[in-house]
Design a protein around this ligand. Structure first.
Ligand code: SGN
Ligand code: CA
Length: 554
């Protein structure tokens, strides 16, 4: 029946909208699952890029559905991104501009609309919006960032600690929700992983799996930030300087982890050093607490897996050059990051197999995405926040064989605010006018992922969380098919323009003041103004004031 509903979409869907509310038609509507990871960049998905790792189960979604080569987030940070997805609106409209915010759960969200229209709704895993979930029949969410081992879940009946590894547990809960759901009504589930968020703690079965593997280095690992502005130079997310050996790279023995750990004498240090020392100390305490959630057997296995790395580190840490340290840290970072993704890939496979075994796979729209991308050593960085490609772009694969052709890749400029209207349209629920995203249905149902003529010419971005972790300055801008225009503001006033056409400088050379780009620059400014006017985001200064009023701890 879904086939009937969706064949020749565009004609059939308005009819579906008219059917909304008819209880007897409800079972015909597709189930919905958004599979979202935290900080999973396209480069660590083999359907996007085969150089780093193999993700066969995630690739299956691309092989059996559509892959978006150009999906972008509206604000590359967790809570804001989640709020954009829930509401289909930009941060300045849904109010969740940075991670210190509390989501106003009374506002309209797509799960609420689905629930009102007969869907059984659930959110399982990382929520990170500070307020209690609304619009879900079932919720079981991690507290804040959550924990990798023996994670705590906040759910309707209180807080529980679950034994085991977070990615496996979230999947168990997802399967359980599906199995418990009423078979006469469709379900919509947000299956939201913590992985592969910092500090990248792999599952027991994946410990040490990449110990003997050397990952290729990105060409810009040792970037000196020449040719770009203050923001790129003044961030605090460099692998060399800001990645802690203990917390991030786990170079602490089990003996150190179970005892007091001395980080040295800082009594003669200056204020900046003391502040860094305090951050460092906090990160060690944080790691001890995370490690302590493991069982004695798990700790033992952990200790064995990291022993070689710890030995290497102790032998080199005093003598190695800065460059050697960056390159060594990069390898350890990649080993853990990719191992954490292995568990995601396996669990996505497990969930797909389960749906198949109960006959619901083809009747389910499955979206795979991340809350944003991530730097894997490009520009010498980890973390995200910048409007640069590595984290601005996010993975997006959509599988729904009743309406979407297999193995198609599209270049259409998509955004995470588009998920809400897309899913509502597929579900036959009228899309409210105030939703700012565009339904991706015309792209998804096109034969070859063709970009419709009237499609958006640019995606809009705005990042607010500064001053804060990693010191990425506030900025906004647009990305078109070929160019990117960015304005860094607040304590700087700097514009950047990048030529993203193949074989050109990319995001290494700011061509904003280059005479060859004068015409392009003028066009982009006009387009930026139009896009800002359309989405109602024209006065960052005003928002800054709001930000200061609301800022708390992140
Ligand atoms: C934590 C991390 C940061 C990260 C933020 C936001 N530090 O503070 O590295 O940028 O979360 O991440 S950590 O020492 O606690 O790991 S987000 O994905 O939730 O937005
Ligand atoms: Ca994230």
């Amino acid at each position: 029946m879904n086939t009937k509903l969706l064949t020749g979409v565009g004609v059939a869907l308005p009819m579906a909208a008219a059917l909304t509310g008819c209880a007897e038609k409800a079972p015909e509507r597709p189930n919905i699952i958004i599979m979202m990871t935290d900080d999973h960049t396209c480069r660590a998905l083999s359907c996007y890029d085969r150089t780093l790792m193999h993700t066969p189960n995630l690739d299956r979604l691309a092989e059996e559905g559509m892959l978006f080569e150009n999906c972008y987030v509206a604000n590359a940070i967790s809570g804001p991104s989640r709020a954009c997805i829930l509401t289909g609106k930009y941060s300045h409209v849904n109010g969740f501009t940075d991670n210190s915010r509390t989501f106003d759960g009374d506002q309209q969200t797509f799960p609420k609309l689905l629930q009102e229209n007969g869907y059984q709704t659930a959110v399982i895993g990382k929520w990170h919006l500070n307020s209690e979930p609304q619009g879900f029949d079932y919720w079981s969410i991690l507290i804040g960032q959550g924990e990798y081992y023996a994670p705590q879940f906040w759910q309707q009946d209180g807080v529980v600690v679950e034994e085991g590894y977070v990615t496996d547990i979230i999947t168990d809960k997802a399967i359980d929700f599906i199995d418990r759901s009423d078979k006469d009504r469709p379900f919509a589930m947000l299956y939201y992983h913590k992985a592969p968020h910092r500090n990248w703690m792999p599952a027991q079965r994946h410990l040490g799996m990449y110990n003997d593997h050397t990952f290729p280095e990105p060409a810009t690992l040792l970037d000196d930030y020449a040719g770009r502005g203050t923001a790129a130079r003044e961030q605090e997310m460099e692998i060399g300087t800001h990645m802690w050996p203990e917390w991030d790279l786990k170079v602490m023995t089990n003996e150190q982890l179970s005892a007091d750990y001395n980080l040295g004498d800082w009594s003669n240090a200056n204020v900046a050093d003391v502040s860094r020392a305090n951050d460092h100390r906090a990160s060690v305490e944080q790691f001890k607490a995370a490690w302590d959630r493991m069982t004695p057997e798990e700790k033992e296995r952990w200790g064995e897996a990291y022993a070689g790395r710890i030995e290497e580190w102790n032998a080199m840490k005093e003598t190695a050059s800065e460059e050697e340290i960056v390159r060594w840290k990069y390898q350890q970072y990649m080993r853990d990051y990719c191992a954490v993704i292995k568990a995601v890939d396996e669990n996505v496979g497990r969930l797909l197999d389960h749906l198949e075994s109960i006959g619901e796979l083809d009747n389910t729209i499955i979206i795979y995405t991340s809350d944003q991308g991530f730097f894997l050593g490009e520009h010498g960085w980890f973390d995200k926040r910048f409007m640069y490609e590595e984290c601005h772009r996010t993975p997006l694969m959509v599988r729904y064989p009743k309406a979407i052709k297999k193995g198609v890749r599209t270049k259409a400029l998509a955004m995470n605010i588009d998920f809400a209207p897309t899913l509502l349209e597929f579900a036959g629920v009228e899309v409210p006018e105030d939703i700012q995203g565009r339904s991706l249905v015309p792209v998804l149902t096109s034969r070859k992922g063709a970009v419709p003529e009237d499609w958006r010419k640019a995606v809009y971005y705005h990042y607010y969380e500064y001053p804060s972790w990693h010191s990425v300055k506030r900025h906004y801008g647009i990305r078109t098919a070929d160019y990117k225009l960015i304005h860094f503001y607040n304590d700087v006033d700097e514009w950047e323009l990048y030529d993203l056409r193949e074989g050109v400088q990319g995001e290494m050379t700011n061509v904003y003041d280059h005479p060859d780009y004068a015409a392009t620059r003028a066009e982009l400014h006009t387009l930026l103004q139009e896009v800002q006017a359309e989405c109602g985001d024209t006065d960052p200064t005003e928002q800054e004031f709001e930000w200061f009023k609301g800022a708390g701890s992140l």
